[in-house]
Design a protein. Structure first.
Length: 412
């Protein structure tokens, strides 16, 4: 008999938010409901559960067919998860947030459940240190999950207990997480791009080369990715938003160019660098710093160290931005590393408004100045959280491949 499998989606109510925060909560609501329905359609899944403190979101989830548990002010991640496993008699479970990996393709969902072998002490995640989604093949060590305060804590506890760790394929969709409003811009750009590009045959797809022609870098490129599956609520909602995507549009033109310089700053992975190098004609300038700073507790302990942050401290923000303009044609900047280094973590409202480029809505004077400076530079500077240099950036690359906009010819 197949192992009884459940999926638990966690999403808070995001109450009393305004401005960019309210927009962020609205989009996460759409992705949460789309994610519930995506998992409910999977043949491997017996039950899909939403854990939330929002009665309105709970009502919508029930209407969609999901099970719901309402959480209270004393919410503890591990206790809620373990109670749900027991209440629903689950033998295998996957868990994630409502904004986590909202673009997973069907084949990636299949991989998730294939890798989480029923009955085996294995865990599957999309990230080595800071997972957005986790699946375990057995719940026999439920006490470990019950003690975990976060999903990061669950991953480390299971690894320490000897669970074999397996990773989902490293793609734009397994690496994209709706964590800040900057990620909404990437989603909105993708929705607008798909509406303009349409469906049907993809000009970016590549067949075999003519007989007798020499091998080229084109032939060595990975296959053109399948279209990103935006959920119906998310796609419809994004179509109704009036967002300024001009910085992303300018940055995409640089990515599509011929050996222009793209600077990446922040928690940049080797996989992201390889993806750009394998598929685009760009020159990369990379300052990769403090990967895992949240999962490893470096932020909480005040131990984040950043070279870019030190430049801001010693030489000033004006100096850094001026030098970036001299050395780059486009910049993708995960600003959270510098914030953590400087020990200045602005309020969420300010961070969110800055991610959308609304400098006039930012109250923190230093963040307001930074936001205005990067908006007024002659080059496109895309700022935000981790997805700016991971899943969001890779979505842009995959869009160019799908449309066949990468310059032809071999790389030197």
């Amino acid at each position: 008999m197949p192992a009884r499998t459940g999926v638990v989606v966690f999403e808070g109510g995001h109450r009393n938010l305004t401005g960019a925060g309210a927009l962020f909560a609205r989009v996460r609501r759409w992705t949460t409901l789309d994610t519930l329905e995506k998992f409910m359609a999977r043949p491997e899944v017996d039950v899909v559960i939403l854990a939330t403190d929002s009665t309105s979101l709970a009502a919508e989830a029930r209407k969609a067919g999901a099970e719901v548990t309402l959480t209270g002010p004393d919410f503890h991640f591990g206790r809620v998860l373990s109670d749900l496993v027991k209440d629903h008699r689950l033998e295998r479970v996957a868990f994630l947030g409502g904004g986590s990996v909202p673009l997973l393709r069907s084949e990636e969902l299949s991989s998730l459940f294939e890798l989480a072998t029923p009955g085996e002490r294995v865990l599957v995640s999309n990230n080595v240190q800071s997972p957005d989604i986790l699946a375990v093949g057995t719940v026999r060590d439920l006490d470990l999950l019950a003690r975990a305060a976060t999903d990061n804590g669950a991953l480390f506890a299971l690894c320490d207990a000897g669970y074999e760790r397996r990773l989902l394929p490293d793609t734009s969709t397994t690496g994209f997480d709706l964590d800040t409003p900057a990620d909404i811009l990437f989603l909105a750009y993708e929705a607008r791009r798909r509406a303009a590009f349409g469906e049907g045959p993809r000009p970016g797809s590549r067949g075999g080369r003519p007989a007798g022609s020499p091998p080229s870098r084109e032939a060595a490129r990975p296959p053109t990715p399948a279209p990103v599956p935006l959920g119906p609520r998310t796609a419809a909602g994004l179509a109704g938003l009036d967002l300024d995507l001009s910085v992303l549009e300018r940055a995409v033109e640089v990515l599509a160019g011929d050996y222009l310089t793209v600077t990446l700053i922040g928690r940049v992975s080797g996989g992201t660098m390889n993806h750009l190098n394998a598929n685009l004609h760009v020159r990369l300038r990379v300052f990769s710093e403090e990967r895992g700073m949240k999962a490893l507790g470096l932020i909480d302990r005040g131990e984040v160290k950043s070279l870019i942050g030190a430049v801001v401290q010693d030489m000033g923000l004006d100096y850094l931005v001026r030098r970036l303009q001299e050395m780059s044609d486009a910049v993708f900047w995960d600003t959270r590393v510098v914030m953590a280094h400087l020990g200045r973590w602005p309020e969420e409202d300010d961070r969110f408004e800055a991610d959308l480029g609304r400098w006039d809505e930012v109250k923190d004077p230093e963040l307001r100045r930074l936001t205005r400076m990067v908006r007024e530079t002659r080059i496109p500077v895309v700022v935000g959280g981790h997805s700016v240099v991971s899943g969001g950036l890779r979505l842009l690359v995959d869009g160019l491949l799908e449309e066949g906009r990468v310059p032809p010819g071999d790389r030197p």
